[in-house]
Design a protein around this ligand. Structure first.
Ligand code: ADP
Ligand code: MG
Length: 280
């Protein structure tokens, strides 16, 4: 399956309101099955709108003007019912607490399955399996409100994983979490990507985590793709990123300051920077 295309976006332009600038402007992008893609961009760059266009909320449940075509695992997201899309694409948003509505963790996870019409007797094993996958085994009866931020976000991920999606879109999933919670969520996403083969897309403004985990990074600015490449290739363009108001990882900054210019091998993590400096 590796190498096949999971998501194909062709000429996508979306504008929320007449007369305003497009939130997304002529986006063309192919995302491979099993890829871990990072999306970087300032507030308002279009990251969330891009995620919503992948699960069909844009344009189906959003007023606006839509052009182009988005195909996800063979499904046209402008016509496949959003409920149906949820079987293929799971979306997790930034504020876990806000996503919690139920009394117990099990009910929280079961909610999406109810919406899909999964028979009641099939739910407990799927709920328990999803909780175990996110590192919350036996948490069925726990109150979501009593969990840490990192645990809540992992519970939100369990809720979408129970629907067995092939694609996971995380929209700034750790912006409300402490460092430990951030680590928990990114380690989980890495495991789902590497071990279970999920296609993972993460919108994030912290460059360090994308540098450490992403296969490729897309940089959005005012609704347009302005850069795309491996973390080394993208972060090599530190000056251009700075003009867009974006940072590069400290490791890359150090290497660029020391005259590093080999885009393929520029370090993007501290570990790689140490090796890079030693090899000079
Ligand atoms: N529901 C909405 N109604 C009108 N405009 C919106 C709405 N959501 C987002 N926008 C606008 O679309 C653009 C892209 O926003 P968004 O996709 O939320 O970017 P990001 O997630 O990168 O912050 C921004 O200009 C934003 O103001
Ligand atoms: Mg957003």
């Amino acid at each position: 399956m590796a190498g096949e295309i999971a998501i194909k976006i062709e000429g996508l332009t979306f504008t929320y309101a007449a007369g305003s600038k497009p939130a997304l402007s002529d986006i063309n992008l192919e995302i491979k099955r099993g890829e871990y893609l990072g999306i970087m961009g300032l507030n308002g760059a279009g990251k969330t709108t891009l995620g919503l266009s992948i699960n069909g909320i844009v344009p189906q449940s959003t007023m606006g003007f839509y052009e182009g075509k988005v195909t996800v695992e063979g499904l046209d997201t402008s016509t496949t019912p959003v409920r149906e899309m949820a079987r293929t694409v799971g979306i997790v948003f930034d504020n876990p607490e806000f996503q919690m509505s139920q009394v117990s963790a099990a009910e929280e996870v079961a909610l999406g399955l109810e919406n899909l019409g999964v028979p009641t007797e099939e739910m407990p094993p799927r709920v328990s399996a999803a909780l175990a996958t996110v590192g919350l085994p036996g948490f069925e009866e726990r109150s979501p409100m009593g969990l840490s931020g990192g645990q809540q976000q992992r519970l939100a991920i369990a809720s979408v994983l129970a629907m067995h999606p092939r694609i996971l879109f995380m929209d700034e999933p750790t912006s409300n979490l402490d460092p430990i919670g951030k680590e928990e969520v990114f380690e989980l996403a890495r495991k789902l990507n590497r071990e279970d083969g999920l296609t993972v897309i993460v919108a994030e403004h912290e460059c360090e985590v994308l540098a450490a985990y992403a296969d490729r990074i897309v940089v959005l600015d005012q609704g347009k793709i302005v850069m795309i490449g491996t973390p080394s290739e993208v972060f090599a363009r530190g000056d251009e990123l700075a003009k867009l108001g974006l940072r590069v990882p400290q490791a890359t900054e150090l290497a660029l300051d020391l005259g590093g210019s080999d885009k393929k091998n520029l370090p993007v993590t501290t570990e790689a920077a140490v090796k890079w400096v030693e090899a000079r």
